[in-house]
Design a protein around this ligand. Structure first.
Ligand SMILES: Cc1cc2nc3c(=O)[nH]c(=O)nc-3n(C[C@H](O)[C@H](O)[C@H](O)COP(=O)(O)O)c2cc1C
Length: 170
């Protein structure tokens, strides 16, 4: 069923608990297809993704940083990469792509959560993920994304209103 984009945006939440079932790869590929429609500087499209299904590798990814533990029970992890040579804005480009991916997962009834790998001050976490998945140095590792069928319903959160968000109208 087609759902209104604003409704999808408003109801998306980070989901860190997943049911046992593994989402069909067709759905996962569709989320990645959605990501590929993101805008990027000079239309550079510097993103790439690794689908991780191997339980042992997922366990290692769940130790990337202190807030990665939720990945442990994720049936699939998508690792989002950016090719530094393709864009000066690889971080923003890739972040746009991840956002579309998160919205598409939600629209398909899946749950997902961004797990930060990229850190502005150190590449230690990126190195850790690079080693686990044997990723070439030219790729920056932006995020691990846990995906599965949702097994939690986060409490409503307070969202900044547009009135608060608009600093001024000039
Ligand atoms: C850049 C970025 C990094 C994030 N890193 C983590 C993380 O490492 N671990 C985690 O559990 N959630 C992470 N999140 C998810 C946020 O905690 C979550 O988006 C925020 O609490 C708002 O909740 P919502 O997504 O349900 O609206 C990250 C989100 C973003 C955008």
């Amino acid at each position: 069923m087609q759902r209104d984009i604003f409704e999808i945006i408003k109801t998306r939440r980070s989901i860190r608990k997943y049911k046992k079932g593994i989402p069909d790869e067709v759905l996962i590929r569709r989320c990645i297809e959605a990501a590929c429609y993101a805008p990027s500087a000079k239309d550079s499209q510097p993103w790439s993704f690794i689908l991780v299904k191997d339980k042992e590798k997922i366990k290692y990814l769940s130790k990337t940083q202190p807030y990665s533990k939720f990945l442990e029970n994720s049936p699939i992890v998508i690792v989002a990469l950016a090719d530094e040579c393709k864009s000066n804005h690889w971080l923003e480009d890739c972040s746009c792509a991840i956002m579309l991916l998160l919205l598409e997962t939600h629209s398909l009834g899946l749950g997902a959560c961004w797990n930060a790998v990229y850190h502005p001050e150190t590449q230690e976490r990126e190195e850790y993920v690079r080693k686990i998945l044997n990723i070439d140095k030219r790729y920056r590792v932006i995020a691990n994304i846990g995906i599965g069928y949702p097994d939690e319903k986060p409490l409503p959160k307070k969202v900044k209103s547009s009135k608060e968000a608009i600093l001024k109208v000039v």
